[in-house]
Design a binder for this molecule. Structure first.
Ligand SMILES: Cc1ncc(COP(=O)(O)O)c(C=O)c1O
Length: 398
């Protein structure tokens, strides 16, 4: 359970954490939902491993780092309340999500229940499953505050539902979907539940037991501040024997006889043999740093910054589009005649990073709300009030 009284990081703590982040004073980075800035230690972890690979050979460097590499599973497990055996490494959240998604048995005529916040890649996979498996997609609408309507979702559950697939925090804003309430419905009906936590891991305090998900996907480069090209899948121990990966290799499975193979009894069945060892070790370092700070304090700090940013944007005449009772650190805005892409380019010329979210990344929501391109300004615990003031002032001048 997140500690509701968790204190945001103090100014001195943020200053200390920024001093370990080489990019922090180099750029006003407000694109943590795209890819965050790593610490020097995370960078060093990767560089050190790359150097060992270059000096002694990649396989030999992997052997040397084997214990540390194993420890990364335990670190990610601690982060989300899982066992190390329930974690599989991936090179991105989408690959992790797809591995989980395609391992769920689905029969022709069954439904996949999802919500408006569904991420583009996931929606494309749903459409592919419509073609390949003959399932249908059932998109549950929003409640008055913009969360997935949990009561409506409960009403749609019956014996023909193959999967509930929810995006926790969407790519296009600060909505935090009620993942645990959906988990209760899924668990009561014994329906597999896949949570896309790509934008929430490292951002919000997560506990897979509280959420009740069977599968959860995450990425390294965003709020975890890990390297690009890293991610992970959580697959619950209770479910694992029923989850058959679509394309296991001889790492995820043992090739036991000429005609047979045996899947690993853990989440490792989803992995492939080759990966970026330096990236994985760097991710481990980033996760350990998040654990040392405390995910509840990270969450509290991000909320504080995001509240401030939204207030300043509104005061400067912008429209803020984020849904939900208490939106998190991803802030979307338009207004004052600014074209979002032009604004992004102009801000970059002033050394301020933001991004632009387009309807194609979240078509259910974009269609439902008739959204156009929006500026996406995402804060982290390293973001300072001065940076927020500076960015809003720059937007106002534009
Ligand atoms: C909600 C959500 N899910 C999944 C992804 C995909 O993550 P990755 O690029 O690591 O595959 C993103 C990326 O923006 C996202 O916002």
């Amino acid at each position: 359970m997140v500690d509701a009284g968790a204190l945001p990081l103090s100014t001195a703590e943020v200053a200390q954490l920024r001093s370990n982040t080489p990019g922090a004073d180099n750029v006003v980075h407000l694109n943590h939902a795209g890819s965050s800035l790593p610490t020097q230690a995370t960078l060093d972890t990767q560089i050190h491993h790359l150097q060992r690979e270059a000096m002694m050979g990649g396989y030999e460097a992997a052997d040397e780092a084997a214990d540390r590499s194993d420890q990364v599973y335990a670190s990610i497990g601690s982060l989300i309340g899982a066992d190390h055996n329930e974690i599989a490494r991936f090179e991105q959240a989408t690959a992790a999500w797809n591995a989980g998604f395609w391992s769920i048995p689905m029969k022709r005529g069954q439904r996949i229940i999802t919500a408006n916040a569904a991420y583009g890649a996931n929606a494309v996979a749903f459409l592919r499953a419509v073609e390949r498996r003959g399932v249908t997609i059932d998109v549950v609408g929003d409640d008055d505050s913009g969360h997935v309507d949990v009561d409506e979702l409960a009403r749609r559950v019956d014996s023909d539902v193959a999967l509930i697939a929810l995006t926790h925090v969407p790519t296009n804003g600060g909505l935090v979907n009620p993942a645990a309430a959906v988990g209760k419905i899924a668990n009561n009906a014994s329906i597999p539940y896949l949570l896309d936590a790509c934008q929430s891991v490292g951002h919000l305090h997560l506990d897979v037991d509280e959420i009740g998900c069977d599968l959860l996907s995450g990425t390294g480069r965003k709020y975890l501040r890990g390297p690009r090209g890293t991610g992970f899948l959580y697959a619950s121990e209770q479910m694992i024997e029923r989850l058959i990966p679509d394309h296991p290799d001889h790492h995820g499975a043992d090739w036991t006889t000429l005609t047979d193979y045996e899947l690993k009894p853990s989440a490792r069945r989803f992995e492939s043999w080759e990966f970026s060892h330096g990236g994985w070790l760097g991710l481990g370092n980033a996760v350990d740093e998040a654990l040392a700070i405390g995910t509840d304090r990270i969450e509290a700090t991000i909320y504080e910054r995001a509240d401030s940013l939204r207030k300043r944007l509104r005061a400067a005449g912008f429209t803020v589009w984020d849904l939900g009772a208490r939106p998190c650190g991803i802030v979307t805005a338009t207004g004052n005649g600014l074209d979002p892409s032009a604004a992004k380019t102009a801000l970059q010329a002033r050394n301020i990073n933001i991004s632009v979210t387009t309807p194609a990344s979240t078509r259910f929501d974009a269609t439902n709300r008739d959204l156009r391109d929006m500026m996406r300004i995402s804060v982290h615990y390293t973001t300072t009030e001065a940076e927020i003031r500076h960015a809003v002032a720059a937007l106002t001048e534009l």
